[in-house]
Design a binder for this molecule. Structure first.
Ligand code: FE2
Ligand code: FE2
Ligand code: FE2
Length: 401
């Protein structure tokens, strides 16, 4: 039964793009709006379905190579500075090598900042730039350097303003014909209404091309591994945190006798358990001293976001639970839902135990990692207080010591 796990790729990329977009809270909805705008242009141009699908997926993750940079540079700067542009395009290209997506998407990511007159990071010029990239590039810049600069989100925009913006960029950054097509798009009131943050999610759902494109468990596994790497790269102190946990979860679940499909699903949950960390500013994740109350509350939100992001994808409901509950405690003193033993599943506990053990044994900004024995002593204390289950811990010990 579980072998039939089918996940809609569009939904998955859209929810993960949300994770990338909320990074540092500065970039809200950028990828989703870019996908929407690019799709409107492509539809106006009457491109075929395959192109529409490529544009949609590529736009959603076009800045995937930026995930590790956001803490260090401001988003607009990354879109301006030639070096940074080249870097995040190339990083994105490399990440795509690990994702089970069409090969040409790699190139689309690599060239999403090329400019019509040849002044982009890789110097491609005119028709040499893939059409998909030309469209995404216009949508991307328009989102950041036009839309985002309008203070009032009702977006009552005068068409002259658009004309001027296009006039200033055409034949330089963008192809003249695409500018013309886009101008036609902006005449539709619906376009502007759809872009508002209250409406963008629904608008995107409506226009999603290739709604039936699905991936299976193996592809989901690969995607989760790539995201695990991105999550880990967000902080140099946790650069192997997820990887470590996933390994332990795989071993522990097999030891407990789960079938191979369940083991795989649990490892996927482990890979994604901290996906909500994208939302937390790196300054807080990397703070060397003790966190103050506010900072700790923000840290706590990562588990909430993990569940929120994963729940957006049909078919990931149980994985979302296991991943999102990794900071809950059996005595109800965990976070963020204060669940207790009646509501915490065995699968939740597998992720939790692995997370606690991994956290104790790895170096942190304020202390060095402990030995496995010392970590186990602390976990015994936790079991004594009712945070975690004694019986589960005794099994766990067999796996990690
Ligand atoms: Fe970009
Ligand atoms: Fe972008
Ligand atoms: Fe966590």
């Amino acid at each position: 039964m579980e072998q039939k796990l089918r996940i809609r790729l569009g939904q998955l990329l859209s929810s993960f793009s949300f994770a990338l977009d909320v990074a540092e809270n500065r970039y809200y909805n950028h990828s989703r709006r870019t996908a929407y705008i690019a799709n409107c242009i492509a539809e106006e141009m009457e491109l075929d379905k395959e192109d529409l699908i490529d544009i949609y997926y590529t736009s959603l993750i076009h800045d995937i190579g930026m995930a590790g940079y956001l803490s260090r540079h401001n988003v607009e700067r990354i879109h301006f500075d030639k070096e940074l542009k080249r870097d995040h395009c190339y990083t994105g290209y490399k990440i795509l090598e690990k994702l089970p997506l069409k090969d040409r998407m790699k190139e689309y990511i690599l060239y999403h900042h090329e400019e019509w007159q040849g002044t982009g990071p890789f110097g491609l010029k005119g028709e040499k730039i893939p059409l998909v990239c030309q469209i995404i590039s216009l949508a991307d810049y328009f989102e950041l350097f036009f839309l985002r600069r309008i203070e009032d989100e009702s977006y009552i925009v005068n068409l002259d303003q658009i004309s001027r913006w296009l006039e200033a960029n055409k034949n330089k950054r963008f192809n003249e014909d695409i500018c013309q097509v886009f101008y036609e798009v902006t005449k539709k009131e619906k376009f502007w209404f759809d872009l508002r943050s209250t409406n963008i999610e629904q608008a995107l759902r409506d226009i999603e091309p290739g709604k039936n494109v699905c991936i299976d468990m193996d592809d989901l596994f690969k995607i989760s591994e790539a995201f695990a790497m991105l999550i880990d790269s967000k902080s140099r102190f946790t650069y192997e945190h997820t990887k470590g946990i996933s390994e332990i979860v795989g071993n522990f679940a097999s030891y407990l006798g789960y079938n191979p499909i369940m083991v795989k699903k649990l490892v996927i949950a482990a890979n994604l358990h901290d996906i909500g960390k994208f939302v937390i500013p790196s300054e807080i994740l990397e703070k060397p001293g003790k966190l103050d109350y506010k900072e700790f509350q923000r840290i706590k939100s990562h588990a909430y976001y993990t569940k929120l992001i994963l729940k957006q994808v049909e078919g990931l409901e149980d994985i979302a639970e296991w991943a999102g509950n990794h900071h809950e405690k059996l005595n109800g003193t965990g976070y963020p839902e204060k669940l207790d033993w009646q509501r915490i599943s065995r699968e939740d506990q597998i992720i939790t135990l692995a997370d606690v053990f991994q956290a104790l044994t790895e170096d942190r900004p304020y202390r060095e990692g402990m030995t496995p024995r010392k970590a186990m002593d602390i976990m015994e204390d936790m079991a004594g207080k009712g945070d975690i289950c004694k019986e589960m811990l005794s099994h766990f010990k067999q796996v990690v010591l």
